[in-house]
Design a protein around this ligand. Structure first.
Ligand SMILES: [Zn+2]
Ligand SMILES: [Zn+2]
Length: 231
């Protein structure tokens, strides 16, 4: 299969992501230095950033589970736009490694833009504001990196820095993600860092959600799962 050509809006998404991310990080640092540069204040900001990064892993799992579990390639709008790509990935896990930077990350960048733009309006004079901005920025960074981390988890070889990220757990580990790629592809949905896979499995989160949704809507999870997604 040939590498996917990104749509123009994906280039715009990457450009705007870096612009807004840089502007927010600069604004946050500038306001914090002016107001309270103490170590404890920076530790609160670091804690908020950590929380944002954890939440990005949860978001990756929730989105991945949704498109792996419900609907089909024929579903209205989301079928071709999203579900097809997620189901296809189970049949051809190496395809993602043939995508360039923008094709890999453009759509996730676009998804972060509303949150990054909204964070520009957080009044930085408020005592809680820096932590709130740090949370949003870190959450968006995690969302942005999710497909890149996922791509690296499937790569035949990675550089030393990426190997460090994977070994330290800051990026999705290769063997950890391999667990998702065993049929019926119904565990380890989190693909940013994978930190939440074991806790969510321990509390039966996704199976519980499936029972709840099936009870409410009558839909059957993974009804379409083993169908060839090219058909
Ligand atoms: Zn999957
Ligand atoms: Zn994968």
């Amino acid at each position: 299969m040939v590498a996917r050509i990104p749509a123009p809006q994906e280039y715009v998404g990457v450009f705007l992501f870096f612009g807004l991310f840089g502007a927010l990080a600069f604004r946050l640092a500038q306001a914090q230095v002016a107001r309270d540069p103490s170590l404890s204040a920076w530790l609160w900001i670091a804690a908020a950033a950590f929380a944002g990064y954890v939440v990005s892993d949860f978001v990756s799992g929730l989105v991945h589970w949704t498109f792996d579990t419900w609907g089909s390639n024929d579903s209205f709008i989301v079928g071709k736009a999203f579900i097809h790509h997620f189901r296809m990935h189970h049949f051809d896990p190496k395809d993602i490694t043939r995508h360039g930077f923008v094709a890999t990350n453009g759509n996730n960048c676009l998804a972060t833009l509303p949150a990054l733009a909204a964070a520009l309006f957080i009044p930085l004079e408020a005592p809680w504001a820096s932590a709130a901005v740090a949370f949003v920025v870190s959450l968006c960074l995690g969302v942005f990196m999710t497909n890149q981390f996922h791509k690296w988890a499937h790569a035949d070889a990675v550089g030393p820095f990426v190997a460090f990220l994977q070994a330290s757990g800051l990026a999705l580990g290769r063997e950890h993600h391999d667990i998702h790629h065993r049929a019926p592809f119904d565990t380890h949905y989190c693909i940013t860092t994978g930190w939440l896979n074991r806790p969510l499995m321990a509390i039966g989160f996704f199976r519980g959600m499936e029972r709840l949704i099936s009870r409410i809507t009558g839909a059957v999870p993974r009804r379409d799962d083993l169908r060839d997604p090219e058909r």
